[in-house]
Design a binder for this molecule. Sequence first.
Ligand SMILES: CC(C)(COP(=O)(O)OP(=O)(O)OC[C@H]1O[C@@H](n2cnc3c(N)ncnc32)[C@H](O)[C@@H]1OP(=O)(O)O)[C@@H](O)C(=O)NCCC(=O)NCCSC(=O)CCCC(=O)O
Ligand SMILES: Cc1cc2nc3c(=O)[nH]c(=O)nc-3n(C[C@H](O)[C@H](O)[C@H](O)COP(=O)(O)OP(=O)(O)OC[C@H]3O[C@@H](n4cnc5c(N)ncnc54)[C@H](O)[C@@H]3O)c2cc1C
Length: 652
Amino acid sequence: MDAVNKVINEDLQKERDKCKFNVAELTAFLDGGDKFTQKRREKENRVFSIQGLRDAVPDEYMSHKERYENAVRKAVIMHQTLGTLEDKTLTEYETARLALRATTSSAIFKENSPLMLHYSMFANVIEGQGDEKQREYWLKKINNMEIIGTYAQTELGHGTFIRGLETTAEYDPKTEEFVLNSPKLTAYKWWPGGLAHTANHCVVMAHTYSQGKSCGIQPFMVQIRDLETNMPMKGVKLGEIGAKLGFNTVNNGFLGFENHRIPRDRMLMKNSQILKDGTFISSPNSKLTYGTMVYIRVSILGTMANTLGRAVTIATRYAAVRRQSQPKPNEPEPQILDYVTQQHKLFIGIASSHAYYISCFWLWTLYHRVTKELAVGNMDNLAELHALACCLKATTSADAAVLVERCRLACGGHGYMLSSNLPQIYANVTAANTYEGENTVMLLQTARALVKAGMQVAQGQKVSPSMAYLADQSKMAKWDSSVDGIVKGFQKVAAGKVAACLASLQRHTNNGQSAEDAWNLTSVQLVAASEAHARVILLSVFKSEMDVQTLTLSGETRTVLFQLVQLYTIYWALEKVGDLLLPTTTTTYSVSICDTAMRCDGWMDETSLFEKSTIQTSARTGIAGLVLSGLVYDSAVYPELVHQSLTSWPLQ
Ligand SMILES: CC(C)(COP(=O)(O)OP(=O)(O)OC[C@H]1O[C@@H](n2cnc3c(N)ncnc32)[C@H](O)[C@@H]1OP(=O)(O)O)[C@@H](O)C(=O)NCCC(=O)NCCSC(=O)CCCC(=O)O
Ligand SMILES: Cc1cc2nc3c(=O)[nH]c(=O)nc-3n(C[C@H](O)[C@H](O)[C@H](O)COP(=O)(O)OP(=O)(O)OC[C@H]3O[C@@H](n4cnc5c(N)ncnc54)[C@H](O)[C@@H]3O)c2cc1C
């Protein structure tokens, strides 16, 4: 340890010495307690002490094939090292929490492991979709690595639209088998990780038919390669999809079927069944088939916390050791960390990473509760979980990608070097904007739930807890610049946007548009409403969970954590200041600006501005007026926000 300390850069050491809180306490807080920090370290020490996991040559100097082989080699060592560490004494929540923090894999694979999908979606889909017998049979093989699997859903022609999948599984009662086919090129599975050369089994989502009728999309366990030779099974076509921005060691592949037969019991039958004679028994809720995606969307919040945490750690350390320019003559060049603009770039990354951890733990708790409810047939909270997972997955992955790129830029030229690892981290993080549900599509899913909730509020009905604030708007006091006050402001913004969406949908349908066209015409606002809702959740959960969870921490640690909460909140208040300063009462702006098409319960309806080109000029003038009146309306708030942001960002 002494030897290591001696080579630590002097500036970095000075920064560390300035720390006013107990680092071990904060670490244990994030891990969920000392016991878990210890478990995590044990895992890390085992992995990091293995010489064979260090690359002799940097990945980027290897050929594509060498990189893949090197990744497989390391994945095998990782499994041999960690495979036995499963701790039966932990609850599901604790295991998930530990897995979130113990991300040894990201230190070993720059572009992820070829077994990534085996551990995540493949194992989870058997857990969630298999009946008891199937779970018992397959999970043992999965845990022992007797088989290696992946999750094959996306096709060349369809990723988002699952109901449009073209792979078919037709039941043949004579042989009690399903016959799998890829009728067209667009029906080929395209993207699954590990499919190209690694996996010998996969769960295939296929459009299922029995007795000449569609039984919807169902999951099937399919052996795709011979376990001895690793060659494709009869009627199976496999290959690699090609080079990508990142994920190059994940071995993403394609898969096609030609009359490939599998036994009846390979359909995962926890939710839907096909009996021997071909009778189809449908799931109590067709969306249960999509359960694995919900699981991964929840875990993506943790992935974003870790990934952003890595990037901002690299960039902040760099900012401590890098010196540049000479603002004061005859004085040494300052550390770039002393520039407030540099702090502005980096500290929001630190705050966001913490916000995502906290939100992820919170969402896991809901996930585990809903999973338990589903096990006893209670579907009441599935829609809320889905709506939260979608918008939080989309918002955190979009923000994390922006912030990681900002970290890269904050390292100047060195951030452009692969040796900084920031380009690879960016490639990983930006992928999350697309995989597991493309972000716009995810936001539109949450928007569906928001629109429903908005209509329920209008009819005086109760809505789900995370959307209850939509009903409280009239009672709500004016927002202010405290953290809780800003959360209220964001609730007003989201409620206003939802109301504007409802009005726009109504107007379009009144004008004779179909519900689908009205939805499409309103979709830019729907996405904005959904994002605003996600901001409400992220801000309010960060604050409220911190309030409760930090009670036992020392004053110094609490202080720094609440500085992060404050920083995160003020940052987003300033980012969305236009939204926050728009007046939310009908009295602040009037019909005369550009007629009722522009307003909805006092909220500006942006679509109508674009649509009504004839009134665009007057509408623009109107916006200026609105913003001005907004400033008057909240004149006390804005300067205070700016002041607070400037004084609280440079954390001690
Ligand atoms: C776009 C949607 C969400 C819905 O599409 P749709 O065809 O309009 O759906 P629908 O059948 O009409 O249903 C709409 C209805 O279904 C509900 N719903 C949709 N998904 C869920 C869910 N998971 N849980 C609970 N409910 C769900 C929606 O809320 C709608 O409900 P509503 O009608 O409003 O009451 C869906 O098809 C979807 O999830 N698409 C995204 C595909 C995706 O995520 N693929 C992931 C592939 S695997 C992968 O990327 C691995 C990456 C690697 C890694 O993880 O590391
Ligand atoms: C790195 C990576 C790993 C992956 N791993 C796997 C895997 O292991 N297994 C697997 O099955 N899949 C995997 N995928 C596939 C991934 O899940 C899909 O790419 C994703 O679901 C998006 O689908 P798509 O590619 O068809 O995009 P599209 O749906 O074609 O999206 C293209 C554009 O169309 C827009 N769009 C589409 N539909 C709508 C709509 N209804 N309303 C508004 N806009 C819309 C989108 O917003 C987007 O801008 C992976 C993808 C990546 C990038």
